[in-house]
Design a binder for this molecule. Structure first.
Ligand code: SF4
Length: 355
């Protein structure tokens, strides 16, 4: 049965037109779905009962099931584990941040990009999430925490590479944009150039964050093999041509690996790489994980400070993600892999991380 949450707003309107009239009823249903995240037709209490019955006979409205929620981290963050109908598992993170709340979503069950510092990459490729599987992560968390849309940020930084699931991510964005301003939504990518160019053509775009992680091609190829397909210099050109609305910046994400990419010379090289780009850098000290190569360690606080200072001296705006809770979600994907053991499925990594 067709799941209405898998339709774009335009497709939904067409599907409903076949059995719903007058038009204001369609508006009511759209609101129940796209604003309130209703998960049963029966909960649509302002619709006549016979219409609810007809809808239920013809359509489904289904979300992934929440199967586990971690206890709150010291900063209040909580990780949600969802089960999908094919037994894949995905994660999302609730992150209260003072007046605002960020919700970090997954876009794929797994990831084929294979960054060596990422647990999702470690577990390998999975599959694209459907729009309902993306929207369902958000609405489950929004409902539980009663988050007001105007206080919500969404970040596509969970499992997977969102630009490799472009169509379904854009379908979910079209729903989110109804209630959340595009500047409050950030999509993080490992640097899929065709996807960045495609994103640039959308009339409404989320913020773009790009996981760079090394100041030169050779090292980026070592830790992000995708660089062989989408070279660093070509990626930088794509970022320079990406249209930015007034007041918006690109985010350059940079995972700091002790003794590998964290020297002041590396900071100087990174500053040269991004010179002239309207951007800020988000430095993310790695949190070591047993699934990652043993040499991948978090730099000392002194090294982190020196790296940041070297960027600031060169006029680069930079933030450092130090908070433990914030480490749950990191650069382009990545929910931390600390809560294992979680069930492992053939194509479903537990999750990934950048830091
Ligand atoms: S860092 Fe992002 S793109 Fe790279 S393997 Fe992990 S989820 Fe995929």
């Amino acid at each position: 049965m067709l799941n209405l949450y898998d339709l774009t707003p335009a497709q939904l309107e067409r599907a409903l037109t076949e059995i719903v009239s007058p038009p204001f009823r369609i508006r009511q249903i759209e609101e129940w779905l796209h604003v309130r995240g209703a998960d049963t037709f029966d909960s649509m209490t302002n619709l006549p009962r016979d219409l609810r019955t007809r809808l239920a006979e013809r359509f489904a409205i289904a979300f992934p099931q929440v199967v586990e929620v971690t206890p709150p981290a010291p900063d209040g963050s909580r990780k949600y584990l969802f089960s999908l109908p094919d037994a894949n598992r995905i994660e999302a993170v609730y992150m209260p941040m003072g007046e605002r709340t960020s919700v970090c979503l997954s876009s794929q069950a797994g990831c084929a990009v294979g960054c060596t510092f990422c647990v999702t990459g470690f577990f390998g490729a999975g599959r694209n999430l459907t729009p309902s599987e993306i929207l369902g992560q958000f609405f489950a968390i929004q409902r539980e925490h009663k988050i007001a849309f105007e206080q919500t940020n969404i970040v596509f930084m969970g499992m997977g590479e969102p630009l490799l699931n472009f169509e379904n991510v854009v379908a979910s964005l079209d729903v989110f944009f109804r209630s959340i301003a595009p500047k409050r939504i950030t999509l993080s990518t490992a640097g899929i150039i065709p996807g960045i160019d495609q994103l640039a053509t959308l009339p409404r775009r989320p913020n773009l964050a790009v996981s760079i992680n090394a100041p030169d091609r050779k090292r980026r190829e070592e830790i992000m093999p995708i660089t062989r397909k989408y070279p660093l210099d070509e990626l930088m050109m794509a970022l320079r041509r990406f249209p930015l609305e007034k007041g918006r910046d690109l985010t350059i994400e940079y995972v700091l690996l002790a003794g590998y990419n964290d020297s002041t010379a590396d900071a100087a090289q990174l500053a040269r790489l991004i010179r002239g780009l309207q951007c800020k850098v988000n430095a993310i000290p790695l949190n070591p994980d047993p699934k990652l190569p043993q040499w991948m360690l978090r730099p000392s606080e002194e090294a982190i400070d020196a790296f940041v200072e070297a960027l600031v001296e060169r006029g680069v705006r930079v933030t450092v993600r130090r908070s433990k809770g914030r480490d749950i979600a990191a650069a382009c994907g990545q929910l931390r892999g600390k809560s294992e053991p979680l069930p492992r499925h053939k194509s479903a990594p537990v999750h990934g991380r950048h830091a």
